[in-house]
Design a protein around this ligand. Sequence first.
Ligand SMILES: [Zn+2]
Length: 380
Amino acid sequence: MKTFVSTLRPTPAQGVCLSETAETCRQLYNYALSERKTAYRERGESIGFARQCASLPMLKRELPHLQRVHSHVVQDVVRRVDRACQAFFRRVKAGTTPGYPRFKGRGWYDSFTYPQWGNGVKREKGRLVLSNIGAIRLHNDRPVEGTPTICIIVRNADGWYAHIVCDVAPSPLPPTGKSVGIDVGRESFATLSNGVQIANPRHYRIAERTLKQTQRRLSRRVKGSNRSRKARTLLANAHLKVKRARRDFAHTIARALVNEDDHIAVEKLNIRGMVRNHPLATSIHDAGWGIFLNILLAKAARAGRVVVDVNPAGTSQLCARCGDSVPKRLAIRWHSCPYCGCELHRDHNAALNILKKGGGTAFGEAQPLGGPQNREPHRL
Ligand SMILES: [Zn+2]
């Protein structure tokens, strides 16, 4: 699956129509969620996706503005509620903090989906034709690869976008016989097992400062005022800018790694509270790493490369050469092994350990990779 994003250039009337559709979907989302909540609270019943869909025609008679939204889009809203509830039950089962699916306030519902390409959505002469909304001009009408499957219409701070998800045939790259381990950095973005350090892009620091400033400005202004609204727009734009810079950076790094290596071992994410060797990492850095991983996985899957994620516990404390434990505080940036005399930068040592744990070999001899035991496919 590959997503192609195009900027939409709706006419003012189409813009209103897009906003109205999103708003109707938001109301339906909240309605469907409350229906489930009530049924559970009052009758101990759980309503499934099929049953909620079956009651849609009746609901359409009650809520006439629902009729102006394409039926597949409406169904997809119900599916979103279903997914959110299932994820909730999964979390309950797993024993993590469940967090019940939330009602979406205004401004918290910014997309709707045409789940079947060709049914309510198609492209025609540089326009995206959405049923019940109209033929919207596409700003950058680049051709998509593969077969379009679904289309998500998204509102960003600076306008509307179409995300066209396509089924793209894999195009495997020739094997290089190389493998690499990647350590999430504290002073750098990442360190590779071959010793290469990938520096934090400058935009991280700049973006962080801008975000903080804009955030402060917003909180100083009177809620609901015009000036507060303006500050909110500025903040949304700052976030958008960070997001785009981050994605661009992640694409570049991931592309280089996928071209270079057959086998890529990375640190498993989201092991909160467990040993992570970078407790001081900023939130911006963390988010950047998550996005990078998703992009890396997508590119690797397409190119036929293997990505293995490993538990990072201990990777900074063990010696990558002899395997003995060499405890060190976070402030100690150098790994100096008293047992075998191994001298390495702390992160380089950790990257080598991650590679080892991930089933790769440090010095370029590719191994047959049979071990899916610690492989966990990420949602892309
Ligand atoms: Zn050693």
